[in-house]
Design a protein around this ligand. Structure first.
Ligand SMILES: [Zn+2]
Length: 649
């Protein structure tokens, strides 16, 4: 027993939770089984043993862990609507969409699409990691002719759509011009904004969103909405060799006509749809999925624009609707038949626009984000449609995202302008409530009555006021758990259940590793690389310092000057400062290695890969002032025995 352990495995569903699940069974049309046939259509072969392992035998992808989902009836610890989706997402392996168009599904959160060109293969979105992408390609080759990959297309700037690229090709093949890499405009810029600068905090928060550290099972992780979970393994990146910049561009790639439609500022900041006129196939990337997507994921992101998102869907209907026989996406299964495709696209178009418009209407009436989230529901008439239910996003969270986009987190009530931080607020709230002894019995009564949302609020105050109040932690965990069991959204379920797990067992001890791979950093633009250094500068350590350093990246022959002043790093590309205190010459991979501490300045100079004219000590000091981030920061409660005053901000 550790200091955390309540005798706590996950607990059974409460009476209130059982009643909530029964109501879902009444509300939704479970007898409609059409999706199960669609998700199976074109099936060729499953993922062998449902497993992908690395060389050391560790499972990077494991569908065997989800075998409990073979049960048709939902257990009372899972929302029946989510259970249905979790079962649909178990369809896995190689599927034929139509002649020359194939998909690998259920090998990662995302799909990999393979189009057979005249002489080679066009791969759209090589999933999250090189290992699963390789396994997908091998599964394809086991059933189809062995043609080389000659083109990789990234549909958008999210890691589950490019991270596996080195599993289907290599940087050498791309550098030699044997393989083209195509991406939408601003792909590299947006990728670094979303996944690099905020990468550490986002990865920690993603643990809650995807539930990757939860056990799989009826009382644990069952799904992630878009797919089962994100695959583990090596995240890689090769920069595009060709960028789509016009609103629509037609290209013929190895005998395959492709019309690209840019769809920026939608589900991702850089995204595009693709139409294949020869096959009547429209690929909507991730702008349509067979559920309600997120305007902002729980992991955090820049808020998306559902108005523009809906517009791009509408434009795709105008451009390609009359010729489209099959709609595919980079998640979930296709829609076949022109009429069904049209009906599906209409619902997706209106879903995003409705949630946007109604949120804006209500906020103009003066409702706050929380009040809108409580008021808004799916459009009447659409609310029983499986393709708009919130398995990934939710109406509640999306309404708050729209509010945030237009009006920020602030509700304009000055009471909320500058509240005390969570620990101080917790202490005073608990004190005013008469202390833990007074509130816990009342919270238990409310818990028995099923008022989990309120109980979670009050007990969150308690655990921040009194981190070692184990009874408070236990009841908070129990409340999270029932909220998780009831959630229709997989990401909500994961967040609640993972929150409960950390309250009961503390933070997972993960092996220390740098959060960003060398492959990924090496592919960044210089702009992004030096921005990444700037956000790691510990401002206080740089107090009073003012100097400039010239940099020459020898492989790309780029020059820039970095200025440290007012505790801030800025840089200007293409300039050299005459008054620099040091001039640095190195290949980009050396700068990356210095950033991820694979080497240090002294070692690199001795090895002859880093040349410094001027003050070497200043360059050493620069790297010494950069913070390294620990991913496992506290979220649901302060860690026991590590209470630090003023650690939050
Ligand atoms: Zn995705």
């Amino acid at each position: 027993m550790t200091q955390y352990d309540s005798p706590a495995g996950p607990k059974p569903a409460s009476t209130a939770t059982k009643a909530a699940q029964a109501a879902v069974l009444e509300q939704l049309p479970f007898s409609d089984q059409a999706d199960f046939a669609q998700a199976q259509r074109g099936f060729i072969a499953p993922v062998p043993d449902g497993l992908v392992k690395n060389e050391r035998g560790a499972a990077l992808w494991d569908l065997q862990a989800y075998e409990f989902l073979s049960e048709e009836t939902a257990p009372d610890t899972v929302n029946p609507s989510l259970w249905r989706m979790a079962r649909l997402n178990m369809n896995n392996g190689l599927f034929m969409v139509c002649e020359r168009v194939y998909q690998l599904r259920g090998l990662d959160l995302a799909n990999m699409t393979i189009i057979e060109g005249d002489s080679g293969l066009i791969v759209i979105d090589p999933m999250t990691t090189a290992e699963v992408a390789r396994a997908g390609l091998d599964l394809y080759y086991a059933h189809r002719p062995d043609k080389p990959v000659i083109c990789v297309i990234y549909s958008h700037s999210h890691v589950d759509h490019y991270g596996g690229v080195m599993g289907v090709t290599s940087s050498e093949a791309v550098a030699q011009g044997k393989v083209a890499v195509v991406a939408p405009d601003q792909f590299m810029e947006e990728l670094s904004g979303e996944n690099v600068l905020a990468g550490n905090a986002m990865m920690r928060r993603a643990q809650f969103q995807f539930g990757g550290l939860l056990a799989k099972g009826p009382r644990g992780q069952v799904d992630a909405g878009l797919g089962k979970v994100t695959a583990r393994g090596r995240v890689t990146l090769i920069a595009p060799t060709q960028v789509i910049v016009a609103a629509t561009e037609a290209h013929t790639i190895d005998g395959v006509e492709m019309v690209f439609q840019l769809a920026p500022d939608s589900e991702a900041p850089a995204e595009m749809h693709m139409f294949l006129p020869q096959f009547g196939v429209l690929n909507m990337a991730e702008n349509t999925t067979r559920h309600l997507h997120n305007f902002i994921p729980l992991r955090g992101a820049v808020v998306r624009d559902p108005r523009i998102w809906s517009r791009h869907i509408s434009d795709a209907m105008t451009l390609f609707g009359r010729q489209t026989e099959i709609l595919i996406g980079q998640h979930h299964w296709p829609t076949w038949g022109r009429e069904d495709v049209r009906a599906f696209l209409e619902k997706q178009r209106d879903l995003y626009k409705y949630l946007h418009d109604q949120t804006v209407r209500l906020m103009n009436h003066g409702l706050t984000a929380g009040e809108i989230a409580e008021t808004l529901e799916l459009p009447p008439g659409l609310d029983r449609e499986w393709t708009v239910r919130g398995y990934y996003g939710s109406v509640s969270h999306n309404a708050k995202a729209v509010y945030q986009r237009y009006l920020s987190w602030y509700d304009a009530n000055p009471a909320n302008l500058n509240p005390p931080p969570r620990r101080e607020a917790g202490r005073k709230t608990i004190e005013y409530m008469g202390g833990a002894e007074a509130l816990l019995p009342r919270a238990r009564v409310d818990f028995e009555a099923g008022e989990y949302r309120w109980v979670a609020q009050v007990l969150s105050h308690l655990v921040f006021a009194e981190p070692d109040n184990l009874a408070g932690r236990a009841l908070l965990a129990d409340s999270f758990e029932q909220l998780g069991y009831q959630a229709e959204s997989a990401t909500w379920r994961n967040a609640y259940l993972y929150g409960a797990q950390e309250l009961r067992h503390g933070l997972a001890r993960l092996p220390a590793r740098h959060m960003l791979s060398l492959d990924m950093l090496s592919a960044l633009t210089s702009e992004a690389l030096f921005d990444f250094m700037a956000v790691r500068l510990n401002g206080a350590k740089a107090a009073g310092l003012h100097w400039k350093i010239n940099w020459h990246l020898t492989d790309s022959d780029e020059r820039l000057v970095v200025n440290l002043q007012n505790c801030t790093l800025t840089h200007v590309l293409g300039q050299v400062a005459a008054d620099a205190v040091a001039s640095v010459r190195a290949r980009r991979d050396v700068i990356v290695a210095l950033n991820v501490r694979r080497t240090n300045v002294d070692e690199a100079v001795v090895a002859g890969v880093l040349e410094i004219d001027g003050e070497q000590g200043i360059v050493e000091k620069l790297f010494a002032m950069l913070d390294d981030f620990t991913m496992m920061f506290d979220v649901v409660a302060p860690s026991l025995g590590q209470e630090k005053e003023g650690a939050e901000s």
